[in-house]
Design a protein around this ligand. Structure first.
Ligand code: HEM
Ligand code: SF4
Ligand code: SF4
Length: 376
């Protein structure tokens, strides 16, 4: 049922969309083929614009709003940089989610791709935390209200709730410590993002991490245009005794707070906040692939040790080892790690010596499958 659903989504939704995008952008620039690389474009914009903002931001109750006001109203290009930072963070979240949907739709998220998927869920949670702390750092009346709602939401968690809330606020009440904590979340957590990105790529042999220059320029142009047409604004100076009567919350980053303001019970929102990542983490385990158990096997006597399969394998499933066999004239031998082999058949195509096969799927079958795919 589940496999059929994915198969039908691939056939009826993903492939037709991909074909249209191929016509519009050509195959070399089709954004579908850079779904993992596109969030990296936004990471660069966020990093550069964030550094410029950081040069002016002062994380104290007295000065945070003033510095934001200075950046927005007085600093040359200040608001343009702020707008870039804001919209790049929204873009990042949108493209990360599209990337996640893409790997899910195309069934490229389980078995040998389990590490990128699991680290991906962590990356998603990290991106969310960084973005949310950024919205609170604006420190206008709405941002202060968002901070109050978040602290109160944390407080409702059973047993450790009050500690979570005081961890965010740096005490029982909002103080200078709150802004230091927010700054720490906003600048410290990106280090974790880098670490998990490294883990994300660990089991992918040649990850496509950068979109082509032309696509980068189109995105940059689009971002500039968007910032020019919809520059961000700054709300009222905060009064810590009040909550904002209006709240224009970003659904991407503040959806739990949004749901709470819409009257949802805190318990249900907590279930969602924890349930979504946990559900995503267990998704790859819900169904195993029928083909599991098959993996590429090297015919030792035919292997010349040429390494072609090793270079072509996308999952780092092949290692080249010394043969240590005085009767053979070849020095090296390919070894397949069954736990990593995706059964993709690329190595079979790469080997000119018919020295690597997938049992029950010999080279002739693989060639036929490729021909059929090309003709379909
Ligand atoms: C900071 C956010 C993220 C960045 C920058 C990122 C980047 C990338 C890149 C560059 C690749 C290689 C793509 C390729 O070579 O074609 C990739 C692969 C992958 N990502 Fe992400 N990713 C992020 C978040 C996520 C999330 C949230 C998920 C899912 C929960 C995810 C799941 C995967 C999977 C399963 C693959 C392997 C796909 C394949 O082998 O075809 N990623 N990612
Ligand atoms: S079939 Fe070959 S190329 Fe594909 S993952 Fe297995 S060893 Fe690597
Ligand atoms: S491509 Fe074939 S011959 Fe070359 S190392 Fe791999 S299995 Fe051996």
């Amino acid at each position: 049922m589940y496999t059929q659903l994915i198969g039908s989504l691939q056939k009826n939704v993903v492939l037709p969309l991909e074909k249209v995008a191929n016509k519009v952008f050509t195959q070399s620039y089709n954004p579908f083929y850079y779904h993992g690389a596109l969030p990296n474009f936004f990471i660069w914009v966020l990093f550069i614009s964030g550094l410029l903002l950081f040069a002016y931001y002062t994380p104290t109750l007295e000065r945070a709003y003033n510095t934001l006001s200075y950046i927005t109203h007085e600093l040359p290009f200040g608001n343009a940089i702020r707008s870039m930072h804001r919209y790049a963070s929204d873009g990042m979240m949108i493209f990360v989610m599209l990337h996640m949907l893409r790997v899910w739709f195309t069934d490229r998220y389980r078995e040998y791709r389990i590490l990128p998927w699991l680290t991906g869920v962590i990356l998603l949670s990290i991106t969310f935390t960084i973005g949310l702390s950024g919205y609170m750092m604006i420190w206008d009346q709405e941002a202060v209200t968002l901070t109050y709602i978040t602290a109160n939401f944390l407080k409702q968690f059973p047993v450790i709730g009050p500690s979570l809330s005081s961890l965010l606020l740096g005490g029982e009440l909002v103080s200078d410590f709150t802004l230091t904590r927010l700054l720490f979340l906003h600048l410290g957590i990106p280090l974790l993002l880098m670490f998990f990105l490294w883990m994300h790529y660990l089991r992918i042999t040649r990850p496509v991490t950068d979109p082509p220059l032309a696509l980068n320029l189109v995105l940059l142009g689009g971002l500039f245009l968007f910032c020019g047409v919809f520059p961000v604004s700054l709300g009222d100076r905060p009064n810590l005794q009040l909550v904002s009567p209006t709240l224009d919350l970003s659904f991407l980053y503040a959806w739990p707070q949004y749901l709470i303001t819409q009257g949802w019970s805190t318990g249900v929102v907590w279930l969602l906040v924890l349930g979504v990542p946990v559900g995503l983490l267990i998704l790859p385990y819900i169904q195993k692939k029928a083909l599991r158990g098959q993996f590429a096997q090297v015919l030792d006597s035919s292997c010349t040790g040429c390494s072609l399969c090793y270079h072509d394998c996308p999952y780092e499933a092949i290692t080249m080892v010394d043969r240590n066999d005085p009767t053979s004239r070849f020095k090296r031998l390919a070894i397949v790690d069954p736990g990593r082999c995706a059964n993709c058949g690329l190595c079979v195509g790469a080997c000119a010596f018919k020295a690597i096969e997938i049992p029950r799927r010999d080279s002739q079958d693989v060639l036929k499958e490729i021909e059929m795919a090309l003709n379909s």
